[in-house]
Design a protein around this ligand. Sequence first.
Ligand code: ZN
Length: 133
Amino acid sequence: MGYREIKVTTHSHTQMINITGQVREIVSQSGIISGVCYIYVPHTTAGITINENVDPDVVSDIIYVTAKMVPWEDGYSHIEGNSAAHLKASLMGFSQAVFIDGGKLVLGTWQGIFLCEFDGPRQRKVLVKIIEG
Ligand code: ZN
């Protein structure tokens, strides 16, 4: 088995997009009852994280704090001018792994999986690979 791809169109410069539903769908279609689901972003200015999916203020606050931690302009060297996006993507990381049990993702009640866009809007992809076991 290879991997599946989720296409995501981002609409803002900085945005966290809940992709939990699409990942759940891939897990469900796989028919795998027990295993691990890897979620990987093959980009350098977008990351992937797991956090609260209920109160949207949590996402807003994460975006707010990361913008304070990593200002867009700060005398960076990178000629493309988007060093802050590269740095924030590295802070979030480029992959997550979630167990699968009973054919379902083992996420906490409040947890969702988010693609983190830091240099949008763009077309992004998220790769999902499921390992049975
Ligand atoms: Zn760059």
